[in-house]
Design a protein around this ligand. Structure first.
Ligand SMILES: O=C(O)CCC(=O)C(=O)O
Ligand SMILES: [Fe+2]
Length: 348
């Protein structure tokens, strides 16, 4: 029986040992697949332990990501995110504004706009000539070369490992639904996924007091099929409970969080949930205020998300078994790529 990773206010997010789906007995495989599907159907979120990506690989990806975000702003800006279709490159929405809060004018500007306090870098699949990734130069002669050594290699191999994990997870969902294990293989083979490095800079604690609406990442649901999310030990991720409040989805070492996105909800005829989540300041800890360890500032938080999608060229209509008759289908079929570009256009 799996454990609960989160259990509060009617939200139960299961913690599932993925190795039992990959390497277990036939009955363990089936039971695990059913638990995964049930987690997506009820919470829209699960935690997976024992994924076939080693903790040292994940740690190395985090170190490499931190090196990227230490690059001079001018270098990062030269790699700026361009278009929803390409969906690759660097974004720094509202960063200066929120971390250098000095004047009353700044405060009121912040009140009215409340930008997310985050910067991100998006990486797509490499074999897409129309939209090349925006890699920083790793030339040894550059002043920042030590920050960025091996960046491209590290991120492309992390992308590859996650795309294999995506295929395995979709197999678990297929088995959970009583479909042939490889049902979704043909929908994920193009690897039209996005690896997003996220950095939430250190921020003064009073920013959150002055503006109660301030968050590190605003409430949203993801767009695609599933998202794999690796978070550091800071905390701050919250998931909406059935009652509408937000519940902490605390980091659990050695796990990754996986959530279903809007396109999978639609694809599943709403049998799977795409649940709203956000990132706020870290939860208050016992030691806060006693030894003044963290002082006036919340330390930086890093996370890495891998957004998975059905192949952009694919036509997405209700998965077999999620409807009894044609009249039960809640949505028209839709092209995956078109749907996702529409959604991205609305955010950027
Ligand atoms: O950083 C996180 O923990 C969550 C990020 C997220 O939800 C997103 O980028 O869609
Ligand atoms: Fe998200």
């Amino acid at each position: 029986m799996e454990k609960a990773a989160v259990q509060q206010d009617g939200l139960l997010i299961p913690l599932i040992d993925f190795s039992k789906f990959l390497n277990g007995s036939p009955s363990q495989k089936l039971e695990t697949a059913k638990a995964i599907l049930a987690g997506f159907q009820t919470a829209g979120f699960i935690y997976l332990s024992n994924i076939p990506i080693s903790p040292s690989t994940v740690a190395h990806a985090f170190e490499t990501s931190a090196g990227f975000f230490r690059l001079p702003d001018s270098v990062k800006e030269s790699l700026a995110w361009t278009t929803p279709k390409a969906n690759r490159g660097y974004s720094s929405p509202g960063r200066e504004k929120v971390t250098q809060l000095t004047s009353a004018a700044d405060v009121s500007a912040l009140r009215s706009s409340v930008p997310d306090i985050k910067e991100s870098f998006e990486i797509g699949r490499e074999d897409e000539p129309a939209h090349p990734n925006r890699w920083p130069s790793e030339a040894g002669s550059l002043p920042h070369s030590s920050e960025i050594a091996g960046f491209r290699q590290t991120m492309t191999s992390f992308f590859d490992a996650l795309s294999a994990l995506h295929t395995s997870l979709m197999r678990a969902i297929a088995v959970g639904m009583g479909l042939p294990k490889t049902h979704f293989d043909r929908f994920v083979c193009d690897r039209d996924n996005t690896l997003r490095l996220l950095h939430y800079p250190a921020v003064r604690k009073d920013v959150f007091k002055i503006n109660p609406g301030q968050v590190r990442a605003g409430a949203h649901s993801d767009y695609g099929s599933v998202t794999f999310l690796f978070q550091d030990a800071r905390g701050g991720l919250q998931v909406q409970s059935p009652g509408g409040g937000f519940v902490d989805a605390a980091p659990i070492e050695g796990t990754c969080v996986v959530n279903a996105g809007d396109l999978l909800a639609r694809w599943s005829n709403d049998t799977i949930k795409s649940t709203v989540h956000r990132v706020v300041e870290p939860p208050r800890r016992e030691e806060d205020g006693q030894n003044g360890e963290d002082g006036e500032v919340y330390p930086a938080r890093y996370s890495i998300a891998y957004f998975c999608n059905p192949n952009f060229k694919d036509y997405i209509e209700a998965i077999p078994g999620t409807y009894a008759t044609e009249a039960d289908k809640k949505y028209e079929g839709i092209n995956s790529g078109k749907y996702l570009v529409q959604r991205l256009k609305a955010t950027y």
